[in-house]
Design a protein. Sequence first.
Length: 377
Amino acid sequence: MSEMPDVTWTPRELMRAAMRRLPTPRIPTMPQVCHDLPIRLYAGENGFDWLEGMRQCVENPAVIYDYVIRLVEQVNCDGLRLFVKPEPMKVVRQGDELIVVDEKDGHRLGRIDAWGGGEFVPDRPAPPIETLDDARTRLRQMAGEFTDEKMELLRQARARVPHRFVASSPGGITMNTYTALRGRAQAMIDLIERPDFVRAVMEMQVETMIQRAEKLLTADIDALYIGDPAASASLISPAHFERFCLPAYQAFCRHFQDQDILIYIHVCGNSNLILEMLADTGAHVVEPLDPLGGVSVADAKRRIGHKVALMGGVNTITLARGSAEEVRQEAIQKCREGGPYGYILAAGDMVPPDTPLENLQAMVDVALYSLWKAPAD
């Protein structure tokens, strides 16, 4: 270890300063952990496998906070994400599948995508919207999903880690929500055939996500996580991103610019062609700088590091398949490219669920002990 961790700054203070591109005694880290990783690490302690742990989280979503907080506390990273929990659902396990059933009659409703993050995949998805009234109705339902009870659960979870930096997400502001409303293929066609409709729906989406974000602020979170985690924004042309997505993100960020809340924007995949636009959204941080999409921390630092902080860059394949030493060396390189200020060490996307604990710890330790400052071999 090259240095002992600095104890005069709390992890929360480090993250808040780094996201504002202020000098900090060390580079902080926020690996981007979801609950499927700690489920795989800890579920066996209770005498069942990780799929049973996933089923438990679907039926009692508050348990998700327990898993995530336990892992974050164990590896001692600076920041974490605590998302608003979904409604509990009844699940029946069939082999390696988790089937969601109606609590009253037992009829199948869909399945849990246990191998892809634990999302509910309905057998009969809601029909695509066709009119602005349809969009307004569906978005009103989305706003209502952030109930006072869920906000209280989030507030209680946040209070368990008062010294750490906590982010949460209001939901997809641009393409992710639009594709959920219209279907992915039709959403792409709409960009060409119904541009006025797309723009109008996205304006309504902004209003909905602002409403949800305002509720999140009551839980004492530090940051709002926005963007397109399914890489929708990196799959459309830069011209379409500029026309439809950029104004929506700017409107959202503008609404919160006078409040003490940080915003980071996530567009995974190949965001190279839109990096400057991401820096112009008004967000404080751009991430995850996905190397699998060809994004380089060094290049992003050169192009937009004077305007926004950067987060991410560690290859998720290295995290899941490499050795702890390989993870350590890659994390050191990313810190040298992104640091010394205005950079947060993190994965180039969500930390894979099959990442070994020692690999995650190796990445965190690079930031915690400033291993990147050691002389290069």
